[in-house]
Design a protein around this ligand. Sequence first.
Ligand SMILES: [Zn+2]
Length: 478
Amino acid sequence: MGDIVFHNTLGGQNQPFVPLHPGQVRMYTCGPTVYDFAHIGNFRTFVFQDILRRFLRSRGFEVIQVANFTDVDDRIIAKAAEAKLKIRDYTDKYIEAFLADQRVLGIEKPEYTVRATDHIEDMVRLIERLTAKGFTYVSDGSIYFRISQFHDYGKLTNVDTSGIRAGARVDVDRYDKADARDFALWKAPKPGEFFWETRIGPGRPGWHIECSAMSMKYLGDTLDIHSGGVDLAFPHHENEIAQSEAATGKQFVRYWLHAEHLLVDSQKMSKSLGNFYTLRDLLEKGNKPSTLRFLLASVPYRRQLNFTEESLQQAASSVERLRNFAVRLNTSKFPEGKSAITESAERAREGFERGLEDDLNTAQALAAVFDLIREANVAMDQGKFRQGDVVPVGKVLESFDAIFAVLQDHDDEKLRSVGVETRGTALSNEKIEELIAARQAARKARDFAKADRIRVELADQGIILEDSKDGIVRWKRK
Ligand SMILES: [Zn+2]
C-alpha cells in the first residue's frame, strides 16, 4: 500500500498524510447546528467524514474523532423563543433525530460527540486567555476578536484584510468574505434573550469559539485533521484558526479537508426552489438508506455532487449489483482450483486502495471493484470461475464494505427505526432464511402444496426466490 495523500485547503496542495503522533489520528468534524432536521447536503459531508475515518482505521490508525452539536446560536435562540421552549428542550429533539439519521446512513459514532452548551466554561476560559494576550476588546458588553492583531488572519481562505478599518465589527455568526471584520467571541444578551452568567459577563458564546474550545479540550492544541463543508471554510474555520493559534501560539490544524456542495438537479438546494430534502423526505419517497449512502459516498468529496432522480436510480442498481454478486459468490458451488480471477482480485484490491489513497477518490476505488465484479460474473456464466477464487474475491468485497458499508441488507430495519413505512417486506433476513428452510423441508417431505404456500407468502412480502441447479436457494428483495 502506498502513501495517503490529502488535499489540504491550507496551502491548497496535495500533501502526504503523516499524523503528528505516530499511529494515531486526531480529528475534529464540525457537526450540525441543531435548529432543524439535517438535510441531504449536510449528510454529504457527514458521509464523507465517515468514509475518511473508516479508511484511516482500515490503514491501522487509531482514530480519535470529536464531533460537536452547535446547540446554541442566533437561529436556535430565535426558534426556541418562538416555540416558548428552553434552548436545551428545543435542541434535544433535533439531536435525537440527527443521531437516528446517522445510524440510518451507517455513519459510525465518533469517539466524542459533544454539545456546545456543555462547554461554556471551556469557552469562557479560552476567551480569558485571548484577553490576557491582548487579542480582544469589549464593545456594548460583547467581546470581539481583534483580527488586525493576528497577523496570519486569512491564511486558510486567502482573505485580504488590508482594507479593513480597525474596530469594524460583525455581530452575526455567518457572513461573507466581503464582510470580514472583528467577530464576536461572546455576545451580550439582547433584552429578554437567554444568557449565561459568567466571569466575562452575561451572554452567550459566538459560534466560532465553540469549535476552538471543544476541539482543543479533547484533542490538544494541534489537531491532525479538521473537516467540514466548504461553506464553513470562511468565516468559521478561518476564525477558529485565529482564536486557537492566538491563544496557544501553535499550529491549530495540520490538514484541513473540505467537502464540496451538493446540488439538486444542478441547482443549489433551497427551500424556495422546492428542492430541499431532509434525509427523511427522501426515505418517505421510497429511497433505501443504502442507496443514499452509496450515492453520497460514490462522488469524491472535492467534486460537486449533483443529486438527481437518475443518480438515485444508478446508486440503487449499483448496490443491487453488489449484493447479488455477493450472494452468488457465497452460495454457488464452483469447480475446484483457481483461475485468472484470483490475480484480477489482487489487482482490484490494489486499485481500490490506490483510489482511496489519492485524496479519497471513491469513484476510482469503486471502479476497481465493479471491474472485478463484471469479470467474475462473466467467468461464472462461462463456467470458468473456480472455488479457489472465492476467498480472494471475497476479500475485495470485504475491503470494499469496511469503507462503504452497504453490502448487508438492513434497509428495512433502518427505515422502521425512523418510523418510515417500508414498501416491501417487513420480514427480517433471519425470518426469510427460516421460511426458506421450512420450504426446503416441505419439499423434501414431498409436501409440495406447503412448499408452494411458503413461496407465495414470501412473494407477497416482496421476496423473490431463485432455485439453482445445485439445490441452493438464493433470494432477494424486490
Ligand atoms: Zn465548527
